[in-house]
Ligand binder design. Structure first.
Ligand code: UD1
Length: 429
């Protein structure tokens, strides 16, 4: 297994191009199952999770082509993938595939809405809490599906098609909202989703569905209305920039007292994270090409944050912000309200000299004057990148093991950091 070795101490200075958002790419790829026509997606990030999902779609009969790099095109340009689901040959998503990536469970929605049936493995255990699918199934039942569980599989049926309904989520769920949007687009009649997730990736999926012929209003707010249509067609869509990647490099720039232009980053997509970074002492300015984040000389101020659905502070940036707080001048409290057990990075940050105490759903971080490099273990996607941020500011060398977690969600991480002066090296196993 690959490792990366980071020698800390360098300020990050330069430009980092922000890739297409992983969390938008995944539902957009799945939306290809809704139509017999071709869906073209541009600016897809080159990530293990994207490749894995394309393979899963291939299993259902989706044919795909990935455009090669054009002459003169930079490596920063995302991929273009054309997906053609004219012939769905299998409505079963097997355990071996779904267990590797939770979001692949969402294929249940287009398969059910278009083909009238789907058999999808329950996703199974996950490192960051139980992450059930009850609300996704509730939404499909509201739309008229019959749902049963058989040998670890969810069997969903709607032989006469789905019908529009009121869906009120008792808790904000991104996956639930994606599933409801896709399924309702092909249902008979009108669907209203209440307490819908407002994440920018929801609006991006809705925008693509509208290009495919769906009739959706209100996506990006907490009430979304969908008038079902009989069929959807092809479209071409550009994946929006990754706000989590942008927030991660923003935290890294602040951590190292650097000055980085996050090319393509959209400030409105970062929600409360920008306020937290500013409160911590970073200067964030909106420039023509993106967001510039810098921290000059001064100290890192302690800031309390609590994760919340968008536009609140993203749970996917919690670990990265905690890494920044390990060097703050004073005590900060970081409260996780979305996922239980999303503090695996705490023990690993402690290996670098961080002082963090867990108190239920809150991590109490006592800022320290210095961190020291050490071998650490990547545990999940966002946790692992928090170790990279800490290592960039630590004295000496840090080895991050199990970097396949990073490859799931961060495109060309070492290259992007090295281009800004970091000393990061990948060692192949
Ligand atoms: C998505 C993101 C993930 C992010 C999360 C929260 C993708 C591919 N993944 O995950 O990176 O951390 O949103 O912003 O976009 N819940 C239930 N029952 C359900 C579904 C969810 O109780 O049926 C709970 C979850 O356990 C969690 C909360 O709802 O406590 C939010 O989860 P959800 O928004 O659904 O997360 P995902 O869509 O899986």
């Amino acid at each position: 297994m690959d490792r990366i070795v980071i020698r800390g101490g360098n300020r990050l200075v330069g430009t980092i191009p922000i890739s297409g958002a992983k969390n938008a790419a995944l539902p957009l790829l799945i939306a290809s199952l809704l139509t017999t026509d071709t869906l073209t997606l541009r600016n897809l990030p080159r990530l293990a999770d994207v490749n894995q999902l394309v393979r899963i779609l291939g299993n259902h009969g989706v044919e795909y082509t990935i455009a090669g790099k054009r002459p003169g095109e930079s490596v920063d340009a995302g991929q273009t993938v054309r997906l053609d689901a004219a012939h769905v040959i299998d409505t079963t998503a097997p355990y071996e595939l779904v267990s590797k990536m939770r979001a692949s469970f969402w294929v249940i929605a287009p398969l059910l809405a278009r083909m009238g049936e789907a058999r999808v493995s329950l996703p199974g255990g996950c490192a960051i809490g139980t992450r059930p699918v009850d609300l996704l199934l509730m939404a499909l039942e509201r739309l008229g599906a019959s749902i049963s569980i058989d040998g670890g599989y969810v069997v969903a049926k709607a032989p006469q098609g789905l019908r529009g309904a009121e869906i009120e989520f008792p808790k904000v769920t991104v996956g639930g909202t994606h599933v409801a949007l896709m399924a309702a687009s092909l249902a008979h009649g009108t669907t209203v989703i209440r307490n819908a997730a407002r994440e920018p990736e929801i609006a991006d999926l809705a925008e693509c569905l509208v290009k495919m012929g769906a009739r959706i209003s209100g996506a990006g707010t907490d009430v979304v209305e969908i008038q079902g249509v009989a069929r959807l067609g092809g479209a071409s869509h550009v994946v929006l920039p990754d706000r989590i990647e942008a927030g991660t490099y923003a935290a890294a720039a602040a951590m190292t007292g650097g000055d980085v232009l996050l090319e393509g980053a959209k400030p409105e997509a970062l929600g409360a994270a920008l306020d937290a970074l500013r409160a911590a002492g970073a200067t964030v300015t909106v420039e023509e090409l993106g967001l510039r984040v810098r921290r000059d000389g001064g100290e890192i101020a302690p800031v309390d944050v609590t994760t919340a659905p968008f536009p609140g502070f993203a749970t996917d940036l919690q670990a990265q912000f905690m890494a920044l707080m390990t060097r703050a001048k004073g005590r900060s409290r970081i409260t996780e309200t979305i996922f239980e057990n999303r503090f695996m990075h705490v023990q690993e940050l402690a290996r670098l000299g961080a002082r963090i105490r867990l108190d239920g759903d809150t991590a109490v971080v006592e800022g320290v004057d210095k961190l020291d490099g050490a071998p650490v273990m990547a545990t999940d996607l966002r946790a692992s990148v928090s170790l990279v941020i800490a290592a960039l500011a630590a004295r000496g060398e840090t080895t991050v093991n199990r970097v396949y977690h990073l490859d799931r969600g961060f495109e060309r991480l070492e290259a992007k950091l090295c281009a800004c002066g970091a000393d990061v090296q990948r060692l192949a196993a």
